[in-house]
Ligand binder design. Structure first.
Ligand SMILES: *Cc1c(COP(=O)(O)O)cnc(C)c1O
Length: 303
């Protein structure tokens, strides 16, 4: 059994138009939990379940927490998600709808995470949102599906938060003999932690994260994401919050699917033609999805 589904691979004429090449969209927005996260989280939860975990614990009020809640419901394993007071009512109710127990604790994610960690017993599995090899192996399946659908991309565009998606896509590309394909790693200006580490030549933490792309808000990427950027071509790209939000609106009109600004960042890099893709024939963009944005929140964005 797999908790994630095989998603459609669709060509986007609107996204390809501005850059004059074929653009293929891997539609992870259609995963049951609303984002690609269920691939890795689902894989990790299944492994922990087989090993006898009695409970799953998460400290993510975003798509990772939602994926854990979904996995727990499907596997019949109770889920606790500890989130800070800043977590929106919408996120809390989405988690509750999946049947997770939501505990609100502390002013910041740091405090919520501390409590979540302290609750963990030997019978529990703590599910990290991005820094776990099990997650990366689960995420890698999206590339297997692309190749099975007959497309061998010669460039990949994806969004980077903590770098779990990047690490998983890298693993998937390598195991399909696509280890040399360049990956354009898109961040918003307020969340550009991978860019900071690549520029510094070492893994660094940015002093603060800000802006609309909350699912990209990791001050530091995982070590694997930084290290693989030295092993294969990884090209950091940055977009503004405004560009990310506008790309969500354009995408909603073009493809009738609502995604978060975290995903809009990758779409903005294509709509805005921010990468040298004129010699490329098949661009793959991971439409990573996201459940926390609403049409109202996109329309009300100021900036
Ligand atoms: C988690 C997430 C990301 C970033 O993934 P990382 O593995 O943290 O780099 C991007 N977009 C969406 C919608 C997400 O949920």
């Amino acid at each position: 059994m797999s908790l994630s589904i095989k998603t459609p691979l669709l060509e986007s004429l609107p996204l390809g138009r501005s850059i004059g090449t074929k653009v293929w969209m891997k539609m992870e927005a259609m995963q049951p939990s609303g984002s690609f996260k269920i691939r890795g989280v689902g894989f990790a939860c299944e492994q922990h379940h087989v090993r006898g975990a009695q409970r799953f614990i998460s400290s993510s009020g975003g798509n990772a927490g939602l994926a854990v809640a979904y996995a727990g419901r499907r596997l019949g394993v109770p889920v606790i998600v500890v989130v800070p007071e800043t977590t929106t009512q919408r996120a809390r109710s989405l988690l509750a709808l999946e049947g997770a127990e939501v505990i609100v604790h502390g002013k910041t994610w740091f405090e919520a995470n501390e409590l979540a960690r302290s609750m963990q017993t030997a019978a529990d599995a703590f599910i990290h949102p991005f820094d776990d090899p099990l997650l990366w192996t689960g995420h890698a399946s999206m590339i297997d599906e692309v190749v099975a659908d007959g497309i061998r991309p010669d460039a990949v565009v994806l969004s980077v938060g903590g770098g779990g998606l990047l690490a998983g896509v890298d693993e998937g590309l390598r195991r399909n003999d696509l280890g040399d394909v360049p990956v354009y790693a898109v961040e918003t200006e307020g969340t550009a932690s991978l860019n900071a580490s690549i520029s510094a030549g070492q893994l660094v933490e940015i002093p603060a994260v800000s802006g609309v792309a909350t699912s990209l808000a990791a001050k530091q990427v995982c070590r694997r994401a930084y290290e693989l950027s030295k092993e294969r071509p990884v090209i950091p790209v940055q977009v503004t919050d405004r560009e990310a939000v506008d790309a969500c609106s354009a995408f909603l009109n073009d493809h009738r699917i609502l995604v978060e600004p975290a995903c809009g960042a990758s779409l903005a890099a294509l709509y805005g033609n921010k990468m040298p893709l004129n010699k490329v024939s098949n661009v793959l963009v991971i439409v990573c999805g996201g459940s926390t944005a609403t049409v109202e929140s996109l329309l009300s964005f100021q900036g």
